[in-house]
Design a protein around this ligand. Structure first.
Ligand code: PMP
Length: 441
C-alpha cells in the first residue's frame, strides 16, 4: 500500500465518455504507474489488464521513453510542422515504415486515432480526385465499428449512441457493412471464428446499389476492439480485399488498437496476410507516453497525390502538432523497445497460455461467450434482464476494487494487457474476473 493521495476538487473537469455524476460519487483516480501496475489514489496496486486504453503495450514508466522525451524537451521543445521539419519526425516515419507491410511506407503524423481516421478518409478522397475520379466520395464503414469521434469517424463508425446526438451533421454518402458477431454461430471461438466470411460479400450489394465509380473507400478495424473484441472470421478480410481491389475501392484498416503487437504481430495486416491501402495508427505507436498517431499509406497513393498537382502544397491537411518533437522522440524510443525486447513475438508466444486462461471462464456464471486472439479477449456476459450493460459495469467496478483494471462495453468485458505480462499475471487476470462474476447477480 502506498500512502493515499487527496482527491482534488472535481467540479471543473468534464470527463469524456464518463458518467460524470456517478464517477464523482465514487471516484477512481490513478496516481502512478510502473510496469504492469497502476497505483490508485487510495494507495492500492492495480494490475493493468487493459494497457490503459489499449495503448501502453510496452508497460508503464519505461525509462528509455521518459529519457527520450525529457532530452527532446530540453533540446527542441517544438518545431512548426508546416514547411519546416526536424530530424526526429523523419526518423520516426522511417521507423514506422519499417514495420508496416511492404509498400506501405509513407507516413503522415497525427495526434490521435480520431485524427488518423479523418486523415485517412481525406487521403482516400484526395487520391481519387488526383486520378481524375473525384466523383468517388462515398465511404463505407461497418456496424459496431469504432473509428474515433471526429465527424468522419462517427459517420463511418457503427455505434448508435456515438452518432445519435449528431445525426443531422454526419457526413453524407456513408453505408455500413454488417458486423460479424453472431453468438449462435461463433460463440467461444479460439482465435478467428470459422463462420462469417460471407458477410464481406455485402459489399457487392452496396456496390450494385451505388456503382463502384462513386465509392472511395471501405474502412474497418481488422479486429474491432472498442465494441467488444470482434475477431474477424477466417477469410473475411481476404474477401473484403478482393472485392475492394476488383472495383478500385481503397481499403483502410483502422489498426489503432490492433497495431503494435496486440495480436502477436506488428499489425493485423501482417498477421492475416492482407495488405490494405492505408493503415491508421495511434495508441501503441508511442506507448501512450505522448499523444501521437499516424497514417501509413501505400507509396503509390502518396505519389499520386503528391505528383498530381503543380509545385506547391499537395495536400491541404495537417495539424500544428503533426510529428511533434516530443511525440516523435517517444515513438523512436517505443519502437526501439518493441524491437529490442521482441514484444510482438512475446505476445504471440504468450497467446496459448492467454487462450487457456481466458477459456476457463467459458460456461461460468453469467458468461455467454469468450473470444480471443493474441493478447486480447472479450468475455460477454448475459445481460441483466431490463438493465443491459449493468452486469459488466458492476464487474468492472468490482474488479477494480479487487486490484484489476478491465474495460467493459455493453455487457462485454475486454482484457488487453501490456505485452510484458507474464503467465502468472495472465492467470491472475482471469481468476479475478471469475471470482468477481461469482459475487454479482
Ligand atoms: N480507431 C480505433 C479502432 C480505436 O480503437 C480508437 C480509440 N479507442 C480510435 C480510432 C480513436 O482514437 P483516439 O481516442 O486516440 O482519438
Amino acid at each position: 500500500m502506498n500512502s493515499p493521495v487527496k482527491i482534488p476538487d472535481m467540479s471543473h473537469l468534464w470527463m469524456p465518455f464518463t458518467a460524470n455524476r456517478q464517477f464523482k460519487e465514487a471516484p477512481r483516480l490513478l496516481v502512478a504507474a510502473k510496469g504492469m501496475y497502476y497505483t490508485s489514489h487510495d494507495g492500492r496496486q492495480i494490475l493493468d489488464g487493459t494497457s490503459g486504453l489499449w495503448c501502453v503495450n510496452a508497460g508503464h514508466g519505461r525509462s528509455e521513453i521518459v529519457e527520450a522525451i525529457s532530452r527532446q524537451a530540453a533540446e527542441l521543445d517544438y518545431a512548426p510542422s508546416f514547411q519546416i521539419g526536424h530530424p526526429n519526425a523523419f526518423l520516426a516515419a522511417s521507423a514506422i515504415a519499417q514495420i508496416m507491410p511492404a509498400g506501405m511506407d509513407r507516413i503522415f503524423f497525427t495526434n490521435s486515432g480520431s485524427e488518423s481516421v479523418d486523415t485517412a478518409l481525406k487521403i482516400a478522397l484526395a487520391y481519387h480526385r488526383a486520378r481524375g475520379e473525384g466523383q468517388r466520395t462515398r465511404l463505407i464503414g461497418r456496424e459496431r465499428g469504432y473509428h474515433g469521434v471526429g465527424f468522419g469517424g462517427i459517420s463511418v463508425g457503427g455505434i448508435g449512441p456515438n452518432r445519435k446526438a449528431f445525426s443531422g451533421a454526419l457526413i453524407p454518402g456513408v453505408d455500413h457493412l454488417p458486423h460479424t458477431h453472431d453468438l449462435s454461430k461463433n460463440a467461444n471461438s479460439h482465435g478467428q471464428p470459422e463462420w462469417g466470411a460471407h458477410l464481406a460479400d455485402d459489399l457487392e450489394r452496396i456496390v450494385a446499389l451505388h456503382d463502384a465509380s462513386t465509392i472511395a473507400a471501405v474502412i474497418v478495424e481488422p479486429m474491432a476492439g472498442s465494441t467488444g473484441v470482434l475477431i474477424p472470421p477466417k477469410g473475411y478480410l481476404e474477401r473484403l480485399r478482393a472485392i475492394t481491389e476488383k472495383y478500385g475501392i481503397l481499403l483502410i484498416f483502422d489498426e489503432v488498437i490492433s497495431g503494435f503487437g496486440r495480436l502477436g504481430a506488428a499489425t493485423a495486416s501482417e498477421l492475416f496476410g492482407v495488405t490494405p491501402d492505408l493503415i491508421t495508427l495511434a495508441k501503441g505507436v508511442s506507448n501512450a507516453s505522448v499523444p501521437a498517431g499516424a497514417v501509413a499509406v501505400k507509396h503509390n497513393i502518396h505519389d499520386t497525390i503528391v505528383g498530381a498537382s503543380a509545385k506547391g502544397i499537395e495536400f491541404f491537411h495537417g495539424y500544428t502538432y503533426s510529428g511533434h518533437p516530443l511525440a516523435t522522440a517517444a515513438i523512436l524510443a517505443t519502437l526501439d523497445i518493441y524491437k529490442r525486447e521482441k514484444l510482438f513475438a512475446r505476445a504471440a508466444s504468450l497467446s496459448p497460455a492467454f487462450d487457456t486462461a481466458a477459456h476457463k471462464l467459458e460456461g461460468g456464471r453469467h458468461v455467454i461467450d469468450v473470444r480471443n486472439l493474441g493478447l486480447v479477449a472479450g468475455i460477454e456476459l448475459a445481460p441483466r434482464p431490463g438493465a443491459p450493460g449493468a452486469r459488466a459495469a458492476e464487474a468492472f467496478t468490482k474488479c477494480f476494487d479487487q486490484g484489476l483494471m478491465v474495460r467493459y462495453t455493453g455487457d462485454t468485458l475486454a482484457v488487453s494487457p501490456p505485452l510484458i505480462i507474464d503467465e502468472s499475471q495472465i492467470s491472475q487476470v482471469f481468476e479475478t474476473i471469475a471470482a468477481v462474476l461469482k459475487t454479482i447477480d
